[in-house]
Design a protein around this ligand. Structure first.
Ligand code: B12
Length: 135
């Protein structure tokens, strides 16, 4: 399975991105890591170019919402129905609960949304979802 990953927008927090790359590789995924400061359009370009199964976006500085707003538009423009969209990290600024923030990202078209969720828990959920999809 192929995964495009990176940190969205003007976000320089790189440590989680490195851990995500290592963890995905250890789980047997083929990883295309776009690194920090990656625009949404670049994730889409890379997903099309690599024929990716998953786009896994990380955001730590709290600005993900603004950078994710064009996802419905981009999804409507390109054939991305088979691609699973995942986002995680700190998805808002300050003290916001998952109950408040998760539905917003789901409405943008993300299939899995992890606000301040442990990486391994998120990746376990990703693998379960892929298994269910391919069953
Ligand atoms: C180091 C750091 C920096 C460094 C980054 C250096 C670098 N190149 O990486 C510097 C000093 C540059 C920096 C800058 C800023 N930072 Co900073 N930074 C941190 C700090 C101290 C540690 C981040 C880190 O590396 N953690 C270690 C990794 C392993 O943990 P993690 O990033 O949390 O990732 C884990 C989870 O989030 C999760 N995860 C991440 N992505 C995903 C994706 C999925 C799908 C899943 C399932 C899970 C997942 O898994 C990871 C591993 O467990 C945190 C505070 C903290 N204690 O966490 C603030 C923090 C992230 N920074 C913050 C802020 C606000 C900023 C600045 C805006 C500050 C400023 N005013 O300039 C700038 C933003 C710059 C930018 N353009 O992005 C805030 C974000 C607040 C928010 N979102 O509400 C934090 C939380 C500090 C705070 N408490 O206010 N920062």
């Amino acid at each position: 399975m192929k995964v495009v990953t990176g940190v969205v927008g003007n976000d320089v927090h790189v440590v989680a991105n490195r851990l995500i790359d290592i963890s995905l590789n250890q789980r047997g995924f083929t990883v295309f890591n776009l690194g920090v400061n990656t625009y949404l359009e670049e994730f889409i370009d890379a997903a099309i170019e690599t024929d990716a199964d998953v786009v896994l976006i990380s955001s730590l500085n709290g600005e993900a919402e603004g950078w994710s707003r064009d996802l419905p538009l981009l999804k409507s423009r390109y054939d991305l129905d088979e691609v699973l969209f995942v986002i995680g990290g700190n998805l808002s600024v300050g003290e916001v609960t998952a109950e408040e923030i998760v539905p917003k990202f789901e409405a943008y078209g993300f299939d899995l949304v992890f606000h301040q969720i442990d990486l391994n828990e998120g990746l376990d959920r990703l693998e379960e979802t892929l298994k269910e999809r391919n069953a």
